[in-house]
Ligand binder design. Structure first.
Ligand SMILES: Cc1cc2nc3c(=O)[nH]c(=O)nc-3n(C[C@H](O)[C@H](O)[C@H](O)COP(=O)(O)O)c2cc1C
Length: 408
């Protein structure tokens, strides 16, 4: 029997998100005070030792990232929280921010102390105006109480562009420019916002920090999968009985998420596929359902953990049709800065329409494979690199459905 484990969502339903005293009475801001009593290097080492890796998609070790900013001398450094939450089917950051905003603020302030930053920004999804309002109230309460010390936090709104979730496009957007990714290196840790060392972490990543500082790296490292310790907040959508969110240790299998906590497929239908990590995630067939939802295990089967969105499809779903809609999404969201993505997403969509309409040949099948692998290798940012993943994984695992639509 699979069970939830709540670290990030530990206060959910137990506190009033707009009463900072509730958070403080639940032990809030003790971790930040503990951090202030440690050296900056010791805080970074503790986070490194915990094994905490990014929850926004790329899975980079948080402490290592902080080390880059700490080690880069500058008159000003920044902490940026990625709350763009643009992956379709993902709503975990909204839950965290709505239900326990002070956890996020405390996590950001711990990072600020560790790297030597006095300024933080939360880049909030444009479609979440109510969350931004709530965050502003929470920030005001924290400032009035003086719990953040000299660390200041400001909310900036996105405007609905998927690419602005990519950390360098996000930085461009905060700076007031068009949201397009930058070439990397230099990475934001060394040269980010206004060219200054900047740590960009996801909401869920930051919200893990108060518990890590409180209970220690060894406690955290012992939870879940050794290579990607801790928990993951997953959000379930599609043909699944319980369309809601759960926080589970990272060694929990996809099967336990979908059929255990998720309650399985409703209406006496059979399972066909699950897509994890949002639109850019790979499709996973029944045979791979025992894979744990940790970052590396997902990568090993050609899929991604991404944001932790879990989109379930029953036997009635037309996989080729779904893949075509996904291709349309990427064609629309490509920012156009680099050629492989700008042209590739267009051609990918055209090929998908042909396949879906039964007008594609075996040559088109080969072309899609070649185009997909080229985009993965040479696109400038993760958007173009990931866009072929759902298409190629459906071609691999559900090739009978494609072949049934191919021209003879
Ligand atoms: C197209 C694209 C969209 C992304 N959208 C998000 C997002 O909405 N939220 C997020 O946290 N990370 C997103 N990322 C990942 C960020 O670039 C970055 O890896 C992340 O914010 C780093 O934080 P983390 O290490 O805590 O995960 C996106 C990446 C790409 C390529």
């Amino acid at each position: 029997m699979v069970e939830e484990m709540r670290i990030v969502l530990r206060n959910l339903g137990k506190i009033d998100p707009l009463k900072i005293d509730d958070y403080i009475n639940a032990g809030g801001y003790k971790s930040l005070q503990k951090a202030w009593g440690m050296s900056q290097m010791d805080v970074i080492q503790e986070v490194k030792n915990s094994g905490l890796r990014g929850r926004g998609g790329a899975g980079f070790n948080a402490g290592v990232k902080w080390g880059f900013s700490y080690n880069t001398p500058a008159d000003q450094k920044y902490v940026v929280c990625n709350a763009d939450e643009g992956e379709p089917g993902t709503y975990k950051d909204r839950i965290i921010m709505e239900k326990d905003p002070q956890s996020l603020l405390e996590g950001m302030a711990i990072c600020g102390y560790a790297i030597g930053a006095t300024k933080g920004f939360i880049y909030c999804r444009g479609e979440y105006p109510f969350v931004a309002e709530l965050l502003n109230q929470a920030i005001k309460q924290a400032k009035d109480k003086g719990v953040l010390g000299d660390f200041d936090i400001e909310v900036r709104m996105g405007a609905g562009a998927y690419v602005c979730g990519e950390e360098t496009a996000l930085i461009e957007s905060i700076e007031g420019h068009r949201g397009e990714p930058r070439f990397k290196p230099p990475f934001p840790g060394v040269s980010g916002l206004w060219g200054k060392p900047t740590v960009v972490n996801n909401v869920e990543t930051f919200a893990n920090l108060p518990s890590i500082l409180e209970k220690g790296a060894d406690w955290y490292k012992a939870i879940g999968a050794p290579g990607y310790p801790g928990t993951k907040v997953v959000t379930l959508t599609g043909d699944v009985a319980n369309k809601t969110f759960f926080e589970v240790p990272t060694d929990t299998s996809i099967r336990d998420v979908v059929f255990g906590l998720g309650g399985g497929i409703p209406n006496n239908k059979k399972f066909k596929a699950v897509q994890i990590g949002g639109t850019s995630g790979g499709f996973i067939p029944e045979a791979l359902l025992d894979t744990p939802i940790d970052f590396d295990s997902m990568g090993a089967i050609g899929a991604t953990l991404g944001s932790g969105a879990v989109f379930v499809m029953d036997e009635t779903r037309d996989i080729v049709d779904i893949a075509t809609r996904i291709a349309k999404f990427f064609e629309h969201e490509s920012c156009g800065k680099c050629t492989p993505c700008r042209e590739g997403t267009k051609r990918m969509y055209e090929l998908m329409v042909k396949m879906n309409n039964g007008q594609a040949t075996a040559g088109d099948w080969a072309l899609m494979n070649k185009l997909g692998s080229t985009m993965k290798q040479i696109s400038l940012c993760g958007l173009g690199q990931a866009a072929p993943v759902p298409i190629l994984t459906t071609m691999e695992h559900f090739n009978q459905e494609y072949k049934a639509k191919l021209l003879a």
